[in-house]
Design a protein around this ligand. Sequence first.
Ligand code: GUE
Ligand code: MG
Length: 280
Amino acid sequence: MQAKIIDGKAIARDIKEELRVEVERLKANGTVPTLAVVLVGGDPASAVYVKNKKAACAHVGIRSLSYELPADTTEASLLELVEELNSRQDVHGILVQLPLPVQIDEDKVLMAIRPEKDVDGFHPMNVGNLSIGRPGFVSCTPAGILELLKRTGIQLKGKKCVIVGRSNIVGKPVAMLLLREHATVTICHSRTEDLPGECRQADVLVAAVGIPNFIKGSHVKPGAVVIDVGINRLADGKLCGDVDYVECLEVAGHITPVPGGVGPMTIAMLMKNCVEAASK
Ligand SMILES: Nc1nc(=O)c2c([nH]1)NC[C@@H]1CN(c3ccc(C(=O)N[C@@H](CCC(=O)O)C(=O)O)cc3)C=[N+]21
Ligand SMILES: [Mg+2]
């Protein structure tokens, strides 16, 4: 039997509709939720994501302020902009699009954003709060994955979840979120011995490796939930996930497509974090 396709685009649309109502309420109370989006340089993929984020803001009713800086921007001037946005009362969320040009230390910039405005959830304070179970902003892709699982009715308690990829932005925080749901969590990576064997144990398999079609049908336990976090741009311009979709569709119980799976959820969670930032 073919896997059920989890429609991330539709679920993201539902979430944005829910947020629209909250934004109207905030506006009625005199607060216009505002996100500052900072883009340094002209990376074409980043430009697409930033455009999508601004479109989502417009849809939900969030005001977005756009800062497009040249590729040769210095670290000092970017930090100066972050400081200005930190101190502005009318700015609730700050997003500095990654990756940044080589002359800028990303860590330094992310640490400069006030944790209360860190709607990306990348500041060590928010990362730490997540890992010890305190409230704070959760980064958008991991939060989006959990929301997809919840709204699809996938039970996580006691289930075996295997994550392939150990990045700070996806692998590690998604592990923390799954643990919080009482799942048994394994994080695999490039040095894992017998990766296919680990993957085949998974009730929920999360692929975040950045290699097109890396997860094959033979990695998947029949009936498992397969979440594809990959966004690989192929030479022909098409988007491709980390999961071999055609193969895994025949084995999995549920699967997310690329595009239209985790990507739109990332943006919906960014909107959710902005609304939360503005509510405080
Ligand atoms: N500070 C920061 N925060 C981020 O959250 C952040 C970032 N930097 N840098 C890059 C990654 C990547 N990312 C995506 C967001 C939306 C889609 C998305 O909308 N994807 C659509 C397709 C979009 C397309 O056609 O290219 C989909 O999967 O259906 C993908 C990827 C956010 N990131
Ligand atoms: Mg990645």
